[in-house]
Design a protein. Structure first.
Length: 192
């Protein structure tokens, strides 16, 4: 089964940018491995090796994000829209022959590789990680969802598809599945 990892990195991060003036994907943060890198580099580094098919969706002006994506083996899909639905649809169209997709948010640097492996394991429909009773990211979608994912538009993500399927909740002991970097305080991970 060939799954494609789709890293969503087209959002503008306006809340973060308003406080710091910088792109949150390039902000330095200390990962769970203790090494300081840009947020997006942690995300790319955490993708398990078996996910050899990788796409990153971003806007054309993000040259440093594009460079990092290519360094980590990603094909880059350039998109002017910051809408999550548009980003997912473009990536699915670019990888339509895949057996399934793992949708990864580019601002979630603290998800453990072992957690991602659990989420993509035994993918039949939709697999979603659950930590402390809350659904998180990344989310895996089976091949049957390709047409529905390709039909997404605007800023609406894939959550409405959950109502159309048997969603497999994957229990994980990883608070990283709930932790995104929307504001500068999010750059420091605290599992408590």
């Amino acid at each position: 089964m060939t799954l494609t990892a789709i890293v969503l990195a087209a959002g503008q991060g306006s809340r973060f940018r308003a406080e710091t003036g910088e792109d949150k994907l390039l902000a330095q943060c200390s990962g769970r491995d203790g090494v300081t890198r840009p947020v997006i580099e942690h995300v790319l580094l955490n993708l398990p090796e078996q996910l050899v098919s990788r796409l990153l969706v971003t806007s054309p002006e993000r040259s440093d994000v594009i460079r990092l994506a290519r360094a980590y083996g990603c094909e880059v899909v350039l998109l002017q829209s910051a809408g999550m639905g548009d980003s997912i649809a473009a990536a699915i169209a670019a990888s339509a022959s895949a057996d399934g997709w793992l949708v990864v948010l580019g601002d979630m640097p603290f998800v453990l590789p072992a957690t991602i492996e659990r989420v993509i394991d035994d993918l039949q429909s939709i697999n979603v990680p659950v930590h402390a009773g809350q659904r998180g990211h990344p989310v895996a979608f089976g091949r049957a969802f390709g047409p529905s994912l390709m039909a997404l538009t605007g800023d609406r993500g894939a959550k409405p598809l959950f109502a159309q399927a048997a969603v497999k909740q994957v229990p994980v002991n990883d608070a990283g599945v709930l932790w995104d970097v929307d504001v500068p305080q999010g750059l420091s991970f605290n599992a408590d």
